[in-house]
Design a protein around this ligand. Structure first.
Ligand SMILES: NC(=O)C1=CN([C@@H]2O[C@H](COP(=O)(O)OP(=O)(O)OC[C@H]3O[C@@H](n4cnc5c(N)ncnc54)[C@H](O)[C@@H]3O)[C@@H](O)[C@H]2O)[C@H](O)CC1
Ligand SMILES: [K+]
Length: 519
């Protein structure tokens, strides 16, 4: 599964902090390139050189003990990047070997120019793609995949398909330039497509939609975005309803805690959670709410959870709501509600949940068993208060709204449902998406596979409810909550490893994220 670490900036290309990361499609990216050429009065060859220089600078700064770069170049501009990268690496004294389709040299103009330059350097070996079958690669060689970029528009077949199949069997580090060859950048790549399986992807300037979905993201490895100075004016004026949640966006959302405030200023968070055997879920949600700044925090839970909750979260107030599961609710006025973690689906709990959802007017957060109860009572979906936030994982989403053929279609369905029900859908996954009633999609890039453990979602519900009670708008509460949850998980994984982190470690590390956010 892909993992996104950081954006790499050459000092000369520092992105304007007020431009949020928009997700552009391949056509828009091509228009952005063209616009940049005119605005900056440079040729497309110069832009390609800039892209290649940025990639080389990154490679040299990060990669150690590499004996050789084996660079595979296609006929389009992705191949052109590859030829330019080969030349620049060679000039920096790296051992470089280039492979291309020598039997069919109909390169794009920029690729042709860079191919000629490589050809004129006697120190660079130039081979046909077919030679890869008999090659014995030196250990510590790196394969650079510059076969196809965002110009791919159909399945790769014949000689190049064979090449990619062979490369996929070679046990060397593979780095794809811009996007793994064979992957469509803007949507689902059919299962019969042959795609290069990269360990790392160095992508120019823009995230590509394919990076965020499980079926396609699994080919990308670790993703690095290389800023190559594409026109900010173009990006700012481009139409897109999809965004990447980056630190710029978060810094715009985050409201630092002001002086002269009291506990009432930060709202009342009420977690409705827990049943016999699942009191831990209530504890995690409540602690996460406390740790993310809630002024007054309540937990409505059955009596069997009283001791555990009071011991583990003494700052929160207990509201007894049944014996072993929730049977009734007597909630404080003006509380912002988060309902679902560990509730179970007992008949009495079901009645309480449905009745609450039907009568609640203020936006609330609905998760886990509360969603399962809704999926058994779909007529109640229409009663979810406007602007509420639901946080399903893919299975819960499917139970609520039906199956989709793939994750891309699931997002389209979620957009329709968010609009129809006038709610925010937090679709949980490796890259959690927040989908607004206006059909916007915000992709999260924090978090790691160590968080795929029971209890992680309970913490998220607590965080988002806490932000909602602190007067963040529902959209900002969902975006900030999802981002902070992932970031806290990243801090925790750094300390304890992905294997060992627990949702409670994540909650402990919320503090590190807030420390980091201070202006
Ligand atoms: N993003 C940037 O700012 C920059 C990107 N650069 C690089 O340019 C490529 C995109 O280049 P393009 O020539 O448009 O596309 P490709 O290299 O992917 O090649 C397309 C080429 O191949 C044909 N084709 C498409 N699919 C197939 C197929 N399955 N089999 C055979 N042939 C196929 C298609 O018709 C075209 O002829 C981008 O990814 C970056 O790497 C710039 O260098 C700098 C700025
Ligand atoms: K590529």
């Amino acid at each position: 599964m892909c993992e996104i670490v950081e954006i790499y900036f050459l000092p000369k290309f520092v992105l304007n902090p007020f431009i949020f990361m928009k997700l552009l499609n391949a056509n828009q990216i091509k228009s952005a390139d063209k616009f940049t050429l005119e605005e900056q009065k440079i040729s497309s060859l110069q832009l390609m050189e800039r892209a290649a220089e940025t990639a080389v600078e990154y490679l040299i700064s990060k990669i150690r003990n590499t004996q050789k770069f084996c660079i595979f170049c296609g006929k389009g501009n992705n191949g052109g990047d590859g030829f330019a990268i080969a030349r620049l690496l060679y000039q920096k004294s790296y051992d470089v070997e280039v492979f291309t389709d020598l039997s069919n040299i109909n390169f794009s103009d920029e690729a042709k120019t860079n191919f000629q330059k490589v050809k004129s350097i006697s120190g660079i070996d130039l081979n046909d793609f077919s030679e890869v079958e008999n090659m014995r690669f030196k250990a510590n060689s790196i394969i650079l995949d510059c076969i196809f970029g965002i110009g791919l528009n159909r399945k790769i077949e014949g000689k190049i398909e064979r090449l990619i199949q062979v490369l996929n069997t070679i046990n060397l580090k593979k780095i794809s330039i811009d996007i793994p060859s064979g992957l469509l950048s803007d949507g689902f790549t059919p299962n019969d497509f042959t795609v290069l399986k990269a360990d790392e992807t160095l992508s120019f300037q823009f995230w590509k939609k394919a990076f965020f979905y499980p079926e396609t993201g699994r080919f990308c490895g670790k993703i690095q975005i290389l800023n190559i100075g594409i026109s900010e004016n173009f990006i700012a004026s481009s139409e897109s309803t999809e965004y990447i949640i980056d630190e710029h966006l978060i810094k715009n959302i985050y409201q630092p805690r002001e002086d002269f405030v009291n506990k009432g200023t930060f709202g009342k968070t009420v977690m409705i959670a827990g049943s016999y055997g699942k009191i831990g879920a209530a504890v995690l949600a409540t602690k996460a709410a406390l740790k993310s700044g809630s002024g007054l925090t309540f937990c409505a839970a059955p009596k069997c959870g009283y001791n555990v909750l009071q011991n583990s979260a003494p700052e929160a107030m207990f509201i007894e709501s049944g014996e072993n599961f929730i049977e009734f609710l007597d909630l404080p006025e003006d509380g912002v509600l988060g309902i679902g973690p560990g509730l179970g689906t007992e008949a009495d709990t079901e009645k309480v949940v449905l009745n609450l959802i039907k009568n609640q007017k203020m936006p609330m957060v609905i998760d886990a068993d509360a969603l399962n109860i809704l999926s058994k009572n779909k007529d109640f979906l229409k009663y979810i208060p406007t602007n509420s936030i639901i946080t399903p994982h893919p299975k819960e989403f499917e139970r609520l709204f039906g199956a989709s053929k793939n994750a891309f279609e699931r997002t389209e369905l979620a957009k329709r449902k968010a609009k129809e029900l006038n709610i925010f859908i937090v679709l949980k996954g490796h890259h959690t998406q927040i989908i607004s009633p206006e059909k916007e999609v915000f992709y999260n890039i924090t978090g790691n596979s160590g968080m795929a453990k029971g209890g992680s979602g309970d913490a998220l519900t607590g965080i988002i409810t806490s932000f909602l009670s602190q007067n963040y708008s529902p959209k900002n509460a969902a975006i900030f909550g999802v981002w902070l949850h992932g970031k806290a998980g990243d801090f925790a994984a750094e300390k304890y490893s992905k294997e060992s982190i627990l949702p409670s470690d994540l909650i402990e590390n919320i503090a590190e994220v807030f420390k980091d956010l201070q202006p």
